[in-house]
Ligand binder design. Structure first.
Ligand SMILES: Cc1cc2nc3c(=O)[nH]c(=O)nc-3n(C[C@H](O)[C@H](O)[C@H](O)COP(=O)(O)OP(=O)(O)OC[C@H]3O[C@@H](n4cnc5c(N)ncnc54)[C@H](O)[C@@H]3O)c2cc1C
Length: 282
């Protein structure tokens, strides 16, 4: 039995949080708690906790020039209700709407979803196609990191010790149509077996630009760059869609795990791409 007497800290300022992190390097950061509390379960009393949920600096959504700043403590429910996000990042709203249950959406934060670094985290593929940047706060100031460089593997990010995610920055994005689709054990309260986010720009029935990201088929979310390249300039018809489906299945190498087998995941990438295209473009 451990004799450790755990403490819970509730800083009100980021600088206070960072100095607590330095003082208690093993302390766990708690935002909405929907991942952390499940993970710690009966071990709660063995860990010091830094509850960041009172940090006003990490709350709110704002827009300046051509950038939208989503603070780390923004919950999925807040994302769904926000007009700026609805106008500029509908693909993120579509993902937020199917995360967990209403209780989870009311507590779970975008910062927690990113920091958790699950390849199946549902906000991450939309953030990849939106070409988001992650803003961090640490002892040496802030850093802005493109999301494609943020993850090292399942549960691992490039966050340093004594550094937290402070916000997610996305460009204004009114020209694109977006779709988020996922496959889980069931429609709600299930972790994605495969997920796909896509943005399309279409002129005269041809795709002029596209970005496609896949979740849960690799150690981190990935862009389907071969499929993107193939689709650009193509007229949308059944032949294009079926060729794109083959390309996307070929460009992924998923693994089998408790949630699904590799072959099924591969096949489902094609199926989800078809759903995303037809949902948005027809
Ligand atoms: C029943 C249930 C259903 C769920 N369904 C889904 C789903 O459909 N899709 C999905 O993607 N997820 C799902 N989740 C997982 C979870 O809700 C999300 O990952 C959520 O976004 C986590 O946010 P949080 O604020 O609760 O994080 P917390 O649990 O507070 O923290 C998660 C991790 O991130 C760290 N952290 C949190 N905020 C920061 C920060 N600002 N800077 C640095 N580190 C930080 C914490 O230390 C911890 O390691 C589900 C969870 C449950 C319990």
């Amino acid at each position: 039995m451990s004799n450790h007497k755990s403490q819970i800290f509730s800083p009100h300022f980021v600088y206070e949080c960072l100095s607590l992190m330095e003082q208690f390097p093993k302390a766990k950061i708690l935002a909405g708690g929907t991942d952390l509390l499940v993970r710690l379960k009966d071990e709660m009393n063995q860990h010091d906790i830094i509850d960041i949920s009172h940090l006003k600096e990490l709350k709110g959504i704002s827009i300046a020039d051509d950038k939208i700043k989503i603070s780390a403590l923004t919950t999925f429910s807040e994302l769904i209700e926000n007009e700026i996000i609805a106008e500029n990042a509908d693909v993120l709203v579509q993902a937020a709407e199917i995360i967990g249950s209403s209780q989870i959406r009311n507590r779970g934060t975008i910062g927690g979803n990113i920091a958790n670094a699950s390849p199946a985290g549902d906000s991450i593929p939309p953030l990849f196609v939106l070409e988001a940047e992650i803003e961090t706060s640490g002892k040496n100031g802030t850093r802005i990191i493109p999301i494609k460089d943020f993850f090292k593997g399942p549960g691992r990010t490039i966050l340093k010790k004594c550094e937290i995610i402070s916000s997610v920055i996305i460009p204004k994005n009114k020209d694109y149509r977006g779709a988020f689709v996922r496959l889980g054990q069931r429609k709600s309260l299930a972790i994605s077996k495969v997920s796909l986010a896509a943005l399309f720009k279409v002129e005269d029935e041809r795709i002029t630009e596209t970005r496609i990201a896949l979740g849960a088929v690799a150690p981190t979310v990935i862009r389907a760059s071969k499929t993107e390249k193939f689709l650009i300039g193509k007229k949308l018809n059944d032949e294009t869609i079926s060729e794109a489906e083959k390309i996307i299945c070929d460009e992924v190498s998923p693994i089998s795990d408790i949630r699904s087998i590799a072959e099924y995941r591969k096949e489902m990438c094609g199926e989800l791409l078809e759903q995303a295209i037809t949902r948005q473009l027809f």
